[in-house]
Design a protein. Structure first.
Length: 363
């Protein structure tokens, strides 16, 4: 019954997505609604089976074909990882895809038309899958999410799609996005109602954080690193909530709480606790990372420029194939100097304690 429901959702998505075609990354107004029509059949590209070598890899890694997935994106390295749940219920890395093109610079998307690609945590449902994309196949990231809206960020039609062309999207080759789309489709067919995309500016290592320590988005990156570390240490999808205009991860109601947790993205955070098994493992990693970060700062590791002057990036694997795809930001967006400058949001806890910043209150 669950699988039939998800199949129906995917079929309805075809009709829904048809109204949005062509997919746009800069958020132009969608076409007006049209009278209901019979649901068209899904195109062959959206129902294509996974390649044999990928199916063999899934079997080799002891992953059920229709088990849940989770995606992670790292801008600076131009990589998209697909993780898949194994038979023991833990996510394992299935495959890393080089990203053919992303636009803007590292740092979150803040406003319509800034060419930035999103950073943060996004929940993907069947309705965000577009089998009729003009860019072969597309997965809408769901930007803006509750956190983005609470912080006044706006934008729309920010996708993972094919065609290796980006204006605020993560662009892959058609072959790559075909695999990625099919992996997501199969997770839905297995009964999953959503999957998570975690988008980061770079691999969240002490060295990268130290190189970018002067970037104005550092407070935001330190906040999303908490969710990153929860996943890294558990291989379980972190629960994501938003309160006080900030992300919180794996929050649960305190023991004997008379009512369930209620999160208001713009209101104060309620009292919550985090499972000690998750919190302790993540805290150990955080302490080790902080020690390495401090060592690198003491050694005066050179800082990276805040702005590269380039419009996004491309994985090294595609440089020879697409030599003209990465250009200067000024050439890509001549009107950029006319955009209003919006300061980055700050995320500071009142008590200033590391434990409070990371986990709330433990059991």
């Amino acid at each position: 019954m669950i699988r039939a429901t998800v199949v129906s959702a995917l079929l309805l998505t075809a009709a829904f997505a048809a109204a949005l075609a062509p997919v746009r990354c800069l958020g132009q107004t969608a076409a007006p609604p049209t009278p209901a029509k019979p649901t068209p059949p899904l195109p062959a590209k959206a129902t294509k089976e996974l390649p044999r070598d990928l199916l063999a890899l899934i079997k080799q890694k002891n992953m059920p074909k229709f088990s849940p997935i989770l995606m992670r994106i790292f801008k600076e390295e131009a990589e998209l990882e697909v993780w898949k749940q194994d038979s023991k219920g833990r996510f394992q890395l299935l495959k890393t895809y080089p990203i053919c093109r992303w636009s803007g610079d590292i740092g979150p998307k803040e406003r319509e038309g800034d060419r930035q690609t999103p950073e943060g945590f996004y929940t993907i449902t069947p309705e965000l899958m577009n089998p009729n994309s003009s860019y072969y196949l597309a997965i809408n990231t769901g930007f803006p999410n509750a956190f983005d809206k609470a912080n006044g960020r706006d934008g729309s039609f920010l996708m993972i799609h094919g065609d290796c062309s980006s204006s605020g999207c993560y662009a892959m080759t058609d072959e790559q996005v075909g695999e990625i789309y099919s992996l997501a489709r199969d997770a839905f067919l297995g009964g999953r109602t959503s999957f998570q995309i975690e988008a980061y500016p770079f691999h969240m290592t002490p060295a990268n954080l130290a190189r970018h320590r002067t970037n104005p988005h550092m407070a935001f990156w330190q906040m999303i690193k908490v969710g990153h570390d929860h996943f890294e240490t558990t291989h379980l999808e972190p629960r994501v909530d938003v309160c006080n205009r900030r992300y919180v991860f794996d929050a649960h109601a305190p023991p004997n709480s008379p009512s369930p947790l209620v999160f208001n993205p713009t209101g104060p955070c309620p009292a919550f606790v985090v499972n000690p098994k998750i919190a302790r493992a993540a805290l150990e990693k955080q302490r080790a990372d902080e020690a390495e970060y401090a060592r690198l700062i003491e050694e005066n590791l050179p800082t990276a420029p805040v702005y590269t002057g380039l419009d996004g990036g491309m994985n090294q694997a595609f440089h020879a194939r697409f030599p003209d795809k990465v250009i200067s930001f000024a050439r890509a967006f001549p009107a950029a100097s006319q955009l209003p400058q919006v300061p980055p949001a700050q995320f500071v806890d009142n008590d200033g304690s590391l434990a409070s910043k990371m986990f709330g209150t433990l059991f």
